[in-house]
Design a binder for this molecule. Structure first.
Ligand SMILES: *Cc1c(COP(=O)(O)O)cnc(C)c1O
Length: 608
């Protein structure tokens, strides 16, 4: 929640239009025979006044020397000091805003472009006029003024705050916004009576409604361009802004997603999205290429290609089934959960030549039954298996199915969506033809990007197989590999940068082995902890993955459970079993055994 609001002085809380410095600058320059306009005087408003003087000097057609600048500044100071107390009237709605903020326990800080000497005149006068912030810092007290963040930091130090996102800076100049940005706190630009607007109250009241609209629009546009988080007319709107920021802060409160994708990701992964790139830029294409080769090397060798595809994981599964397998080639889909069923639906919709072999959803794929079927149906050319059935958390016997495929000379395709990156898969050794996965499971990237790793040989002979244009792996392969990392259509650039970072994080953690060990430790902590509370997993241990676990709901009410846990910062998953009431807890993502322990403790503390 917001803990402090830091106000600027002239133009924001006092001195409508910030006239004291403008007049002093115009007259200060005039004394040296130099004519400046009030627009020139206003442009650098908000800076420390000596910097402000230099900034005005740099706008002059004829340059002036340092000596003259110092003289102008001296004139400015003298004029300002004589006049400053006449410019301390408190702006409208400021007192009310201060009272309301104080009532909410929010501290009022302040920063300024005035020196502390100038503030010594301003502070008592403003107080006499009814406005007194809890703290005030001038640039000379911290060594540097705006746009540097030190005055805001000094306020934070005074108020004992460590998080700049709990701080709002309100100001009337572009320098105020820049100061807030460099401190990484929230920024609010105020339009009426601002230096940016540049009118005295009397001048402003003489404007026609149309002129007022135009002038406000001009100021809004400049605050917007400067990157203000909020733009308000006057202080009467400030409380609404604080409410809205608090709403956002609450929403951003970090909760742990214990769901198998999207999942909890590292902030470095999200931070990586902050630059914008374009699809065909060489630098970006090289990043794309590095992502492709890093993914390939997690499970395969140079005989394989990683074909990135926009979309969620299902897009990659569909692309794999429909653009690598010809319509007349028969595939056998092995089904023991929702994701197996989804493949059946894909094959059916695409009018593929397919058979499916269904198993109980609480049991693993049985290779003996698969073998029987293969003996019977010799026209089957492809075997398709879901490696980790995320529906239940069952890990299917990939190696045995691969051996079977070898024995009967079948091609093997795998949905390794929720296992890739955390279960060792050696595609070459297992002779897997293709595998589909996505950025947002064990790679701990963000949703929106999927991929198929496939034997180049297989891809290269699949020209024209796909009946879908956008899901055509062959075309995408040509573009990515021959086009040097070029997506065919708009690339999800930010998501790809996040995936690049996620792969770096994967490496940093110690690669696949380290990640799988962490997930195993998560899983163990979770299952042991909940079992002690009588909450039991339903899948037999020997076929249970360390990705996601299904628990019996028993007496528990899922909605209550969900909301209780959410309030404590944990998001869990409903069960997907058709016959038994269950819930699921994923332990992949940026979560650790300590998080699992905290979850178990939450169950305990709430007698859930
Ligand atoms: C997540 C997942 C998918 C893809 O689902 P999307 O909703 O498209 O991301 C496919 N198969 C398995 C096994 C999965 O876990």
């Amino acid at each position: 929640m917001i803990k402090a609001v830091i106000f600027d002085w002239a133009g924001t809380t006092i001195d409508y239009g910030s006239f004291a410095p403008v007049k002093a600058f115009i007259d200060g320059f005039a004394l040296e025979g130099i004519k400046i306009t009030s627009a020139m005087a206003r442009k650098p408003m908000g800076l420390l006044k000596i910097d402000h003087t230099r900034a005005i000097a740099s706008m002059l057609n004829k340059p002036i020397d340092e000596e003259t600048i110092l003289k102008v500044y001296q004139n400015f100071e003298e004029i300002l000091f004589k006049d400053i107390e006449n410019h301390c009237e408190v702006k409208e709605h400021v007192k009310e805003a201060v009272i309301a903020l104080h009532q909410r326990g929010i501290k009022i800080g302040s920063t300024t472009g005035y020196t502390s000497q100038m503030m010594a005149s301003v502070l008592p006068k403003a107080k006499a006029n009814g406005y007194q912030p809890d703290f005030c810092v001038a640039p000379d007290e911290v060594g540097k003024g705006r746009p540097f963040p030190y005055m805001i930091w000094e306020n934070m130090r005074h108020f004992n705050l460590s998080d700049p996102r709990e701080v709002v800076k309100v100001g009337d100049t572009l320098a105020d916004i820049a100061e807030a940005k460099s401190a990484n706190c929230w920024s609010v630009g105020i339009i009426l009576g601002s230096s940016e607007l540049g009118y005295s109250k009397e001048e402003f009241e003489k404007l026609t409604p149309q002129e007022i609209d135009n002038e406000k629009e001009r100021v809004r546009a400049s605050f917007y361009q400067a990157g203000a988080d909020y733009i308000i007319d006057d202080m009467s709107e400030l409380l609404k802004v604080i409410d809205d920021i608090n709403r956002k802060l609450k929403l951003n409160k970090s909760h742990k997603l214990l769901t198998p994708g999207p999942l909890t990701t590292k902030s470095a992964v999200k931070q990586a999205m902050l630059t914008d790139h374009c699809t065909w830029d060489d630098e970006y294409k090289n990043i794309t290429k590095s992502v492709m080769s890093d993914i390939t090397s997690l499970a395969a060798n140079d005989d394989y290609a990683t074909i990135l595809l926009q979309g969620s994981g299902s897009y990659a599964v569909e692309a794999m089934l429909c653009s690598l397998i010809k319509d007349d080639e028969k595939m056998l889909l092995l089904v023991n959960g929702e994701y197996g069923k989804r493949m059946v639906q894909i094959a059916k919709d695409a009018k593929k030549n397919y058979m499916s072999l269904e198993f109980k959803e609480t049991e693993a794929v049985d290779v003996m039954k698969v073998e029987e079927l293969l003996k019977e149906h010799t026209d089957i050319k492809y075997l398709v298996l879901v490696h980790c059935e995320t529906t239940t958390g069952i890990i299917n016997p990939l190696e045995e199915v691969a051996n079977l495929a070898k024995k009967y000379n079948k091609e093997l395709l795998v949905d390794a969506m929720s296992s890739f990156g955390a279960y060792p898969i050696d595609m070459a050794a297992l002779n897997i033809s293709a595998l589909a996965s996505s950025a947002n499971k064990c790679l701990e990237g963000l949703p929106g990007l999927a991929f198929v790793i496939a034997k180049k040989q297989l891809v290269e002979k699949s020209k024209g197989v796909s009946k879908s244009h956008s899901l055509d792996l062959y075309d995408q392969y040509l573009s990515l590999y021959e086009g040097g990392g070029k997506f065919r259509f708009t690339s999800p650039t930010n998501i790809l940068l996040a995936l690049r970072q996620a792969l770096d994080e994967h490496k940093k953690e110690g690669g696949l082995i380290a990640r799988s060990k962490r997930y195993q430790a998560n899983h163990k902590t979770l299952v042991e902890g909940l079992s002690k509370l009588g909450i039991m997993p339903i899948i037999k241990e020997d076929i249970q993955s360390y990705i996601i676990t299904t628990f019996l709901l028993g007496e528990l009410d899922f909605n209550k459970l969900y909301h209780n846990l959410k309030n404590q910062g944990f998001i869990i998953y409903p069960g997907k079993l058709t016959k038994i009431s269950t819930f699921r807890i994923g332990n992949i993502g940026n979560v650790y055994p300590s998080d699992m322990k905290a979850l178990v403790d939450t169950f305990k503390a709430n007698s859930l």
